[in-house]
Design a protein around this ligand. Structure first.
Ligand code: GAL
Length: 489
């Protein structure tokens, strides 16, 4: 009845300069990035939402049995590992699926940390992870509030322990296991994150947790894991969704139930875990993500490009009504330090993740960051807005004056913190531009009173006082973002 086709898109190596890098995303619904891979890597279809550049040797197809029974699925054999043939028992239908909420002991404000993926892909090991942890101290990142050191895909062996069924850390990459890394990360006063997948195998072909949620949650707990990023590759066909689920609520979809099972398994452990849902903005995840985890990815993978930054800002803005304490749309990992973004674009990258309260997980070799980049990512005032403990919702767009032009993405945002009202202005154009707002147009400032403007980047008050009816103008460099706190005098 069901047919499963894990087929390999042999992306003919058209020798264009722009090709997706090993393990990079190369396709999927809504994906607008590169669709071919560098030489000898091929674009492997994972599901309608995600294709990834892998070194593929074999592809296999089997048909699962009917829904509600045990199904066996073989997945792609890649150079990084054979995704183990595994069994996934379909247990979760809306009536019986767990409804446990995520822990309220962690994840109130968006995560601040580092993740190995954008820096190293599959080429990870203990030394690289511990180097990032130590640089959190030496570069002032820990003092600025960065906390999570997160290991992404490719950390285990390709097969589970045949007796215990536990996932086994690759002893070549992690000679002291994940628990050994956790001990050292914790000794520095930091937290450790790990990665798994709500399917039979991860995107790079390592064991997935579907059907093994309790074992894996207990294992992560025993190792001292504080954060779990949970991906969406290699989904058995009997767990897929073809139609709007029961009650029209995607919380009742097979996809959500795959994640709900892990939420419940994590909740059964002693250690609270921050749970990051990685479904690339599908299955209307913004509507149900907060019932299952602390954050949810809004799209496919980030790239160090201005087009990625602008498109994810628009996506995030259209879903901010779901964001508050413990509930954060995830714009994906930072690209500061990667690619050729200008300093202004890097400032906008950081400011946008700040004002929209996305998790901020640095995604580069931290030793490569220069002092300007470090100053951006450790800016105290912007981080205070992001981590504010009294106001949950992110900043939202506002109309700065009557008949202001509408841009894509929108340029003017205001938000509240414990201190008061903030204004962020992005110059989306490739040339310097004058940006103007009227004080009374900023939500919450009212139509009377006197104001002055504080520059959050520089940490200084700007000259001048303004009546509510007055306007403030500033020249903003191409693709730059200004960040202000409005003093009420
Ligand atoms: C993707 C995910 C990336 C990275 C990669 C690992 O699905 O979006 O952030 O985790 O898998 O294979």
């Amino acid at each position: 009845m069901y047919s499963l086709s894990l087929f390999v898109l042999l992306a003919v190596a058209s020798r264009t300069l722009a090709q997706s890098q090993p393990f990079g995303q190369c396709g999927g619904q809504g994906w607008t990035g590169l669709t071919t891979c560098t030489d000898s890597w091929v674009c492997v279809f994972q599901n309608a939402y995600y294709s990834q550049c892998l070194q593929v040797a074999v592809s296999t197809t089997t048909a699962p049995t009917s829904t509600g029974t045990t199904s066996t699925i073989k997945t792609t054999t890649s150079s990084t590992g054979t995704a183990s043939t595994t069994s996934a028992t379909v247990t979760g239908f809306p009536a019986s699926a767990p409804t446990t909420p995520p822990s309220n002991l962690v994840g109130k404000t968006p995560a601040l940390g580092w993740n190995s993926w954008n820096a190293y892909g599959c080429n990870i090991n203990e030394a690289k992870v511990l180097a990032a942890a130590s640089q959190f101290g030496s570069l002032g990142l820990q003092a600025a509030g960065y906390q999570y050191i997160n290991i992404d895909d490719c950390w285990p062996l390709t097969t589970r322990n045949s007796t215990t069924k536990q996932i086994v850390p690759d002893p070549t990459k992690f000679p002291n296991g994940i628990s050994g890394v956790a001990t050292q990360v914790h000794a520095l006063g930091l937290k450790l994150g790990i990665y798994s997948d709500a399917g039979s195998a991860t995107c790079a072909g390592f064991p997935g947790s579907l059907g093994f949620e309790s074992i894996d949650a207990a294992t992560f707990n025993a190792w001292g894991v504080d954060y779990l990023k949970y991906d969406n590759c290699n989904i058995p066909a009997n767990w897929s969704d073809s139609a709007l689920p029961q009650n029209g609520d995607w919380y009742n979809s097979n996809s959500a139930i795959r994640y709900r099972q892990m939420t419940a398994a994590l909740a059964a452990q002693a250690r609270p875990v921050q749970f990051s849902l990685c479904l690339w903005g599908n299955y209307e995840v913004w509507d149900w993500g907060a019932r299952v985890g602390h954050s949810w990815r809004l799209s496919g993978d980030s790239t160090p490009t201005w087009s990625y930054i602008t498109s994810i800002i628009s996506t995030a803005v259209s879903h901010i009504s779901n964001d508050t304490f413990g509930a954060h749309g995830d714009m994906d990992m930072m690209e500061i330090g990667n690619g050729n973004l200008t300093i202004q674009e890097q400032r906008t990258h950081f400011a946008a993740w700040i004002m929209l309260k996305s998790p901020i997980l640095l995604g580069t070799d931290l030793s490569l960051l220069n002092s300007t980049q470090l100053a951006i990512i450790t800016n105290k005032e912007l981080l205070a807005f992001h981590q504010d403990l009294t106001v949950g919702p992110p900043a939202a767009p506002f109309t700065p004056f009557a008949s202001a032009p509408v841009t894509s993405p929108l340029e003017y945002y205001s938000g509240k913190s414990a201190k008061g009202t903030h204004v962020f202005i992005i110059n989306t154009s490739a040339t310097a531009a004058t940006k103007t707002f009227t004080f009374s147009a900023v939500p919450g400032l009212g139509t009377s009173g006197t104001f002055s403007v504080h520059d959050m980047w520089a940490g200084v008050d700007l000259a001048g006082t303004y009546a509510a009816s007055a306007s403030f103008s500033v020249t903003v460099a191409p693709h730059d973002t200004v960040a202000y706190f409005i003093n009420v005098l």
